[in-house]
Design a protein around this ligand. Sequence first.
Ligand SMILES: [Zn+2]
Length: 515
Amino acid sequence: MKVWPRSLILSGRKTPFALFVLYASSVFGQSSLLIENVTVISAEQPGVKADTSVLVQNGIISRIGRVADMPEVAEPDLQRLDGGGQFLIPGLIDSHVHLGGQAGLEGAETAKKSRLIDEFHQAEPRSFLAFGFTTLIDVSATPARVDAWNRLTTRPDLHYCISMPFANGYGMAFAPEDTRFDTPYFLYDEKQANQIPEKHVLSDHTAEAVIEKISQTDAICAKVYYETGFGGLFDFPVPSVQLIRDVVTHAQNAGLVTLLHGNSLEAQRFAVQSRVDVLAHGLWHWTGYNGEAGIPDAIRQVLDDVVEADIAYQPTLQVLFGERDIFLPEFLDDIRLEEVYSSELIDWYKSQEGGWFRRRLKKNYVNNPKLVEAFIGAEQETDSRDTMLPSEAGIDRLGRVVTYLHDNGGRFAFGTDTPSSPTYANPPGYNGLMEIRRLASFGVSPESIFAALTIENARVFGIDDTVGSVEVGKVANLLITGSNPMVSIEAYDDIEWVIQRGEAYRRSSLVQIEE
Ligand SMILES: [Zn+2]
């Protein structure tokens, strides 16, 4: 088993978070909060604590105890919440999001509809809170975007990774050739020296040099890629095992977590060989085994290796569901969407222009029968009626992977990849509830889902010193739910209060729904 570099993560990282906590009271000027008579559930402790009171001061949990043992709090502006009959749990963590996107719009439409996108951005932080997500990790953010987010008052805490794309590989291949190398964080490839502008030199783009640059920022993680082209649609160059091992070694020394994008059999083998900390995405391209039933030996072997190497796993089921669901016309009639999208935006999704990504996906399938065949793992009449088949075949394989990992000691870190593509079927916040339901449908227990959403996610990303559990000294990012998440995952759809750094919001105040 790999020894988790916990000490490195905690000691090596600069702590902007701690600084923020120090100033939190002056930033928010908040009063103290006393939650009374509540049942506390926290994944690092067995059982529940009934009839408990929790005191929050300056955004931090300062005391947890029996109701009778709580001190008289003399603060005149003390806010009290009666938690009778309710549950107090840690706020949820989504460790794979992409914030500040274009709300599923593209090209000229983004300029024409910039107001819709602005409104979407205004609602986005509240949408995540409304579904219980009080901490997010944007896995490919820029420091500037994170700063802008952190200036908002009502928002989940945001951490981020910096992307380290391989030269001309996935993560930079879609950018125009003359600007794609403008990132200081790409990894050089000597074999491609001819395809890299001369002003970019190897010494600035080795594993060590790039990790050194990332360690100058507040990022907590570095994201690398192993993507040959989505099962045959593209042909991207990929890094060597040695290069990513170097990244991992230098990242560990700098207190950074490494995350590998990889959803194919080769990519997940590569993750094991290169010893990354986290696999972003489940294994859905079974390369050569796609049509097989059960769990073929080659798949079983790599999953066993992932467990043995203690690599945390983000299944991101909603990537495939998001590509399937845009072909379901009734998806846009789901009234829950009105909690996160304006009615104007939903109307646009229903319009002819709003269907552009659905048409593009369909075109991909129709123009690439080999791709569809590979995805499905069987000969397939590529018929435009069957545009949901590739993602459904992937979902079916991924479901088996998730069940196998759950039954064999896999370590899940909850991440949705919201949004994984310009699909409206990955709505902010709500996508998390959908991901939870999908995990449960593949047999992941309520206990495992709860841990993956809270303490496991915090430990994997080295933020468990501040969040992930209900403990004295931690940031008061908490939820009050009407039912018990250890009994049923529907507790995540039964949230009454969202407490963000000690500030309590009624859930209903965080959703849009206009009259
Ligand atoms: Zn992603």
